[in-house]
Design a protein around this ligand. Structure first.
Ligand SMILES: Nc1nc2c(c(=O)[nH]1)N[C@H]1C(S)=C(S)[C@@H](COP(=O)(O)OP(=O)(O)OC[C@H]3O[C@@H](n4cnc5c(N)ncnc54)[C@H](O)[C@@H]3O)O[C@H]1N2
Ligand code: MOO
Length: 400
């Protein structure tokens, strides 16, 4: 193990090495606004429209002439709708001869429909009227370049008259599941077989980050088939992910393959689980060999692949919210590695307490009950029960 410790690098150093060695070309493409959610803008977008075009009422009410109010509130009992005033509800434009809006709360009508106004009403010209351009003006910057579009961006772009826009092409990621024991999900496993389940998680995460994902069929642990799949993937992808075969088993061929083909190759990070990750740059493209166990794959996706996809876009990788918790149990670890602990978190006395999910739990139990991850850094050998630490939440605090 001491050999591992000396040669394995930290996750931060590994990601820095990969991102500084990868300069992806940012191609652009046009999309229509309805397909633009989550896309990243290629250039700044400016409003084509001025809104309101002329003016609008800011409230539900009636539009009047302010000149009729110079000497106070007039007698309106003989006012005629359409002549002396008009209906002007929120967002309505109204004829030029009126200039001021009185909210409906300050108006009343008698049984004959005659208008009355609140006593003591004061108004000045332009009250409750939104002028041209108060919502947006032609030429206003709506969204800068390299921004991931949210639902609110979409409505502001529509308001601004932008229906087609240039975005960064999604990075093309090819995922290659490897392992002679793997079978496609949907088939009942027999002895010696394992269901290839990681591709669903990997695809979902990549789509969430804005990548275009292609999953290859399962590749058997045969060096020539693995090499062929890698070559094919490198021709089409910006980023290649190989899953499984990253460690020391008799059929773990991927490390040797990447070492042979790579311009830059590192094997292993000082983090558990997930340490035997392989990281290569081949033909200028990152190729990541993620360890096969699901949590190890998830963690490689989380710190490494997320970092790379966001690097492609020039965006910071998203971070999980953190909360302070008090530990219900002591934790021990080796100090020369960073450790990830899966934690259950519950509210207590206005704060939170957290319990590690034991390694003895089965897979769904340990992965799906994980409310938070505790990352214990290199140099620390554990914590006492009752100690306060910071965890990264996997769910919203409303679910704790
Ligand atoms: N003698 C040693 N053995 C192992 C070491 C070590 O240092 N010395 N490291 C262990 C660690 S840590 C990890 S993590 C794993 C890494 O495994 P591999 O990346 O080599 O993956 P495989 O051996 O191919 O598979 C492991 C496990 O994961 C399942 N798997 C693989 N791909 C998928 C997939 N797409 N979907 C679902 N499950 C998958 C596979 O069937 C195996 O059960 O090595 C340890 N061993
Ligand atoms: O790195 Mo492994 O089993 O510790 O996931």
């Amino acid at each position: 193990m001491s050999e591992d410790t000396n040669s394995f690098i930290t996750r931060a150093d590994a990601l820095e090495l990969l991102t500084s060695s990868w300069n992806p070309e940012q191609e652009r493409e046009w999309v229509s606004l309805k397909d633009a959610l989550g896309r990243v803008t290629a250039k700044p977008l400016y409003s084509q429209n001025t809104m309101p075009v002329y003016r609008i009422s800011q409230l539900d009410g009636i539009a009047v002439r302010s000149s009729d109010f110079i000497n106070g509130v007039p007698d309106t009992s003989d006012w005629v709708k359409g002549v002396d005033y008009v209906q002007a509800d929120t967002g309505d434009d109204f004829p030029d001869e009126f200039d001021t809006v009185i909210p409906v709360e300050d108006t009343h009508y008698d049984s004959d429909g005659r208008l009355g106004l609140a006593k003591g009403l004061t108004l000045k010209a332009g009250d409750c009227v939104g002028a041209a351009g108060t919502a947006v003006r032609q030429g206003d910057l709506i969204v800068d370049a390299q921004v991931r579009l949210t639902p609110l961006h979409l409505s502001m772009l529509a308001l601004s008259g932008i229906y087609h826009l240039e975005v960064l092409r999604k990075p093309r990621v090819i995922y290659i599941p490897t392992g002679s024991e793997l079978i496609t999900a949907g088939i009942r496993p027999e002895r010696g077989q394992t269901i290839e389940s990681n591709s669903l998680m990997v695809t979902a995460l990549l789509e969430q980050w804005g990548a275009d994902v292609t999953c290859y069929p399962i590749i058997k642990d045969k060096p020539e088939e693995l090499a062929e799949a890698l070559d094919k993937a490198l021709q089409a992808a910006d980023l290649v992910l190989i899953n499984g075969g990253s460690s020391r088993g008799a059929e773990d061929f991927n490390t040797a393959l990447l070492r042979k083909r790579a311009d830059l190759f590192r094997h292993g990070v000082r983090a558990i689980p997930g340490r035997p990750v392989g990281m290569a740059i081949i033909n200028g493209k990152p190729v990541i060999n993620m360890p096969g166990p699901t949590f190890a794959t998830f963690l490689a996706m989380d710190w490494c692949v997320s970092g790379l996809v966001h690097h492609y876009y020039g965006l910071p990788a998203p971070q999980r919210p953190k909360v302070k918790v008090s530990l219900t149990k002591a934790l021990e670890k080796r100090p020369d590695y960073e450790f990830y602990f899966r934690m259950m978190v519950t509210g207590k006395d206005g704060g939170y307490e957290a319990t590690p999910l034991g390694w003895d739990r089965n897979l769904p139990d340990s992965l799906l009950k994980m409310d938070a991850i505790l990352i214990v850094p290199i140099g620390v050998s554990g914590y006492q029960a009752g100690e306060e630490v910071e965890v990264e939440l996997m769910c919203g605090p409303e679910n704790l």
